[in-house]
Design a binder for this molecule. Structure first.
Ligand code: N01
Length: 538
């Protein structure tokens, strides 16, 4: 047990993290339930993932009119997005606008990283410790720590001796990085690398992209929003909100009922061409069977590979970029602004580090099995210890001092993604076992924050002190999470962070719930209607 030295604050609830999730949870618990509640946030401002991910080109992949809070109609009327996909600075302005409007910052303590949370059974309280040694004693603990907030810097020999500068995209310097006149190496071609490369290439003397696994990408077709569209959003905010509650992934677009396998090649081509021109994540929504049938998926995959070969002029580079080993969208599908076009620039080189792996970082650059590359700056667009990482970097201990890291040794176990047996009154927002990263995040976040607030309200109304997932409910739920993933093509991407496969030694388990947001919401509502079935309330 940590030494819980005074001064210690006692509260009804403590929230960890002040991104989209932590901010809304604070509002729910403080303003609707009247709890004594505080949020602790490691960053110096609100924003969570968006606070840290300010790399060049950082932009949301969800269209702006579906990427916001929808709990208050007047909030939707009073905010106006400027682009089809909001950039990181605009999202930060939005989140600060919300925080100020609801006066949230007075109950958020910034620059405060939570290091430990230990449950005291006799008192039925959580003792929470911060890196500065402050302690909090609280009845309810809610983690709103995000899914992609633990940066993964791969353990490549030699990094310590690198004479240039290096950065991880998820811990980007707030003052920005000047690439002018610099030879830049970027490792990683996930959504982040695909967004960053075109922007870095604009100012760097030279950009070398180190690609291990080739990736699909579809044009975002980002653009400023017209006054007419902005008015449309204002006039139809409630309908748009409703649509995001009725679609599988919480987006505003529906998945078409047509089957790729029952559509002629000519018709399919036309549909894919139109989707390519429209741009965005809805490319994957043009056929119902795209994520369920290898045959259907391969029609989309081949179309995109063909586009890559059309766009990229150098045939060798095009071949490396289009040599993709997994079904389309089995990994989180990126969307881009001129990613493949970037490889036609004279100052951009692609290096295939699957064929010739990176061997070491030298004082002057990167050495692969085939050659050395002199660099002034290395950018790690190498992703995150996703979903479980943000939880496990805190020392969380439940009943009998059992550590969460031990319970999750073989992969995350929980019930509905909301609670772990043995960890009473601890709730997790959009962690593993919930749709989270497979859904438009604000939609998943609002559902979780409201469900948690309802559960706490129910307990207060009924004089209950403790809510805890039953072990058997947890086991059943984990089996369900695995079963629904198994009905999709998602587990076929073997290097995916959805599976934890990007972190050496991490158990490989499909972590998010792939049954869709609509189904998940129904299950959670049903559980609530049955008096919180699967939970022990005491
Ligand atoms: O991370 P990733 P990301 N040597 O894990 C490579 C969200 N997001 O930051 O595939 C060489 O997807 C790795 O290669 P491989 C979104 O959910 C959202 O790009 O493991 N390469 C891969 O290419 C996304 O999915 C938005 O072989 C190494 C890359 O690094 C998630 O964040 C924007 C390596 C990592 O890709 C994560 O995306 C951006 C090594 N040792 C991101 N280690 C918006 O919507 C790793 N790689 C705004």
């Amino acid at each position: 047990m940590a030494d819980h030295a005074s001064p210690s604050q006692e509260l009804d609830a403590l929230i960890v993290g002040a991104g989209f999730a932590g901010m809304y949870q604070l509002l729910c618990l403080r303003d609707r339930l009247g709890l004594r509640v505080k949020t602790l946030e490691a960053g110096s401002g609100v924003g969570g993932t968006w606070y840290w991910n300010r790399y060049p080109g950082a932009r949301c992949d969800t269209e702006s009119h579906a990427y916001w809070y929808t709990f208050d109609p007047s909030l939707m009327r009073d905010w106006e997005w400027t682009e089809r996909y909001p950039g990181q600075p605009e999202i930060m302005r939005y989140l600060n606008f919300v925080a100020d409007r609801f006066d949230l910052k007075r109950d958020i303590q910034f620059d405060t990283r939570v290091t430990a949370a230990h449950y005291d059974e006799a008192a039925n309280r959580w003792h929470v410790t911060t890196e500065h040694g402050e302690t909090y004693t609280v009845k309810y603990l809610i983690t709103a720590v995000g899914c992609l907030s633990t940066a993964n810097v791969p353990n490549i020999p030699g990094l310590d001796g690198f004479k240039g500068d290096w950065y991880h995209t998820g811990q980007w310097p707030h003052g920005g990085v000047d690439f002018t006149g610099k030879r830049v190496g970027m490792i990683g071609t996930g959504s982040t690398g695909i967004q960053a490369a075109p922007v870095i290439a604009e100012t760097a003397e030279h950009l070398t992209v180190f690609q291990r696994t080739a990736n699909y990408s579809v044009p975002a077709r980002n653009k400023p929003l017209t006054p007419e569209f902005k008015q449309y959003v204002k006039d139809n905010a409630e309908e748009i909100r409703q649509a995001t509650h009725e679609t599988l992934n919480g987006h505003q677009f529906k998945i078409d009922t047509k089957l790729a396998t029952e559509t002629s090649p000519e018709e399919r081509r036309k549909i894919y061409e139109a989707a390519w021109e429209r741009g965005g994540l809805q490319f994957r929504a043009v056929f119902q069977d795209m994520m369920a049938s290898v045959e259907a998926n391969s029609t989309a995959a081949e179309f995109i590979k063909g586009k890559i070969r059309e766009i990229v002029k150098d045939p060798k580079t095009a071949a490396i970029l289009s040599d993709i080993d997994h079904p389309y969208a089995a990994k989180r599908p990126p969307i881009d602004s001129d990613y493949f076009e970037t490889f036609n620039r004279d100052n951009v080189t692609l290096v295939d580090v699957k064929a010739a792996p990176i061997q070491e970082i030298t004082p002057t650059g990167i050495r692969t099995a085939e050659g050395s590359y002199d660099l002034d700056i290395i950018v790690f667009a190498t992703g995150f210890d996703a979903m479980t990482g943000p939880m496990l970097r805190m020392d969380i201990r439940g009943r009998d001092d059992v550590a969460l890291k031990d319970v999750w040794e073989g992969g995350p176990l929980n019930y509905l993604g909301l609670q772990v047996a043995g960890f009473p009154n601890l709730f997790t927002i959009t962690g593993p076992g919930s749709p989270s990263v497979l859904c438009n995040m604000p939609v998943a976040i609002e559902q979780h924050a409201e469900w948690i607030a309802d559960a706490i309200a129910h307990m207060r109304a009924n004089g209950l002190e403790r809510i805890e997932a039953k072990p058997e409910a947890m086991e059943k739920w984990v089996a369900e999470v695995n079963a629904v993933a198994g009905k999709t093509l998602l587990p076929m991407a073997k290097h995916s962070w959805y599976l934890g496969a990007n972190i050496p030694g991490k158990p490989q388990v499909f972590m998010p719930y792939a049954g869709g947001m609509v189904r998940y919401r129904e299950i959670c509502e049903d559980v609530k209607a049955r008096g919180y079935e699967g939970f022990v309330l005491a």
